[in-house]
Design a binder for this molecule. Structure first.
Ligand code: TXA
Ligand code: MG
Length: 348
């Protein structure tokens, strides 16, 4: 793996950033030279490299410690680039692009073999999106490249929603990071396979099933999403993911059940970390109590989720208990990530 004496740190103001910004130019030149650069998107920070260069893309895998059979999302700055990368694009895919791009929707289409083969991990499809973030767009436009970018965390860890999270995981392992402040949505893009007549959501995310249904009608979830006994179509969904250092349990049954679990673990000498909604904070007593926002505002919960999960590492919790959130709207994505972070351990 490449080690760097230092990771370049470029602060950018999201209100004034442009393609001509010297920091954007420096980062774009680094990408063109085959380096890896982290940058903010509207969902989470991404770790980018020139998607057409095998060696550049390989640096992403080694910096993250990512398994090579997990394909990367390709980010573009302009809709016209799609015809350079993809083949046989279906009508429903174009409709989704027109409606949701730029935005948190990754569309899987047949690939043209322009991207390096490690981007697609040997599949004949490629996932593409235009991010809705001024820094990401300036970088993509300045570099004039399709940029392969997974989330900029060490593989298995919670995704980064600040430049500081990126540096916690990847300092001296990557060439540089563009700091555009905290990301907005906080969970990753929705991944939708548009290669068949009825599109299939492989990963719930920033764009909800309901919003997609309004635009194209028929759409389904991958049947493997909520079951352990089926192979997911999105290779990334099979790995343990988003997890803090300490074991995480999801505790159903309300605050009383939760408090009982906390008490038992505390009596056994554990430093217990708890993640609950604002509504439940006053009713819980534990070593560490972190709020993830209001149950009534699941967008807020999504935006805080990874920061709260990471905070338990800093505070050195021995065990983390979390209450479940409703499977509504973006709550679907929140629960998908939380269940994976907990390796599906749910206590009643
Ligand atoms: O919001 C996001 O999507 C962020 C930002 C940086 O854009 N990126 C991100 O990338 O979350 P990553 O690598 O952490 O997750 C990509 C997911 C994985 O589950 C991967 O398996 C799936 O997308 N994926 C990518 N290409 C695919 C393909 N051709 N077929 C099926 N799944 C694919
Ligand atoms: Mg990821």
């Amino acid at each position: 793996m490449s080690r760097y004496d230092k990771t370049h740190y470029w602060k950018v103001d999201i209100n004034t950033v442009s393609v001509e910004d010297p920091n954007i130019q420096e980062a774009a030149i680094a990408l063109r030279k085959g380096e890896v650069v982290a940058f903010p998107t509207e969902t989470v920070y991404g770790l980018g490299a020139d998607a057409t260069k095998y060696d550049a893309v390989q640096k992403i895998f080694s910096a993250k410690g990512r398994p090579s059979d997990n394909p990367l999302i390709v980010h573009i700055g302009d809709k016209n680039q799609i015809s350079e990368l993809a083949l046989d694009i279906k009508k429903h895919a174009f409709k989704l692009m027109d409606t949701f791009w730029p935005g948190p929707l990754t569309i899987i289409v047949k690939e043209k073999r322009v991207c390096a083969e490690n981007v697609t991990a040997g599949l004949n499809t490629v996932g593409i999106r235009i991010p809705d973030h001024p820094v990401a767009l300036a970088l993509l436009q300045a570099s004039q490249l399709p940029v392969a970018a997974p989330s900029a965390n060490r593989s298995g860890k919670p995704s980064p929603t600040t430049a500081n999270h990126v540096l916690q995981d990847l300092s001296n392992r990557i060439f540089g990071v563009l700091d555009g402040g905290p990301t907005g949505i906080g969970v990753e893009s929705t991944v939708i396979d548009c290669t068949e007549d009825i599109p299939v959501i492989l990963r719930p995310g920033g764009i909800t099933l309901e919003a997609i249904r309004e635009v194209i009608g028929d759409v389904i979830y991958d049947s493997a999403l909520y079951r352990d006994d089926q192979k997911p179509k999105s290779p990334g969904m099979k790995y343990a993911h988003y997890a803090p250092n300490a074991p995480l349990w999801i505790v159903e049954g309300g605050v009383e059940t939760l408090q009982k679990q906390i008490n038992e673990l505390t009596e056994r000498g554990k430093k217990v970390g708890v993640m609950v909604s604002d509504e439940h904070v006053p009713h819980i007593s534990a070593d560490i109590v972190q709020s993830c926002g209001s149950k009534a505002h699941l967008e807020e919960v999504a935006s805080k989720l990874y920061d709260v999960l990471r905070s338990f590492d800093q505070l050195e919790a021995d065990i983390i208990l979390a209450e479940p959130f409703p499977y509504e709207g973006i709550g679907e994505a929140v629960m998908n990530r939380l269940l994976k972070a907990a390796s599906h351990v749910v206590k009643l």
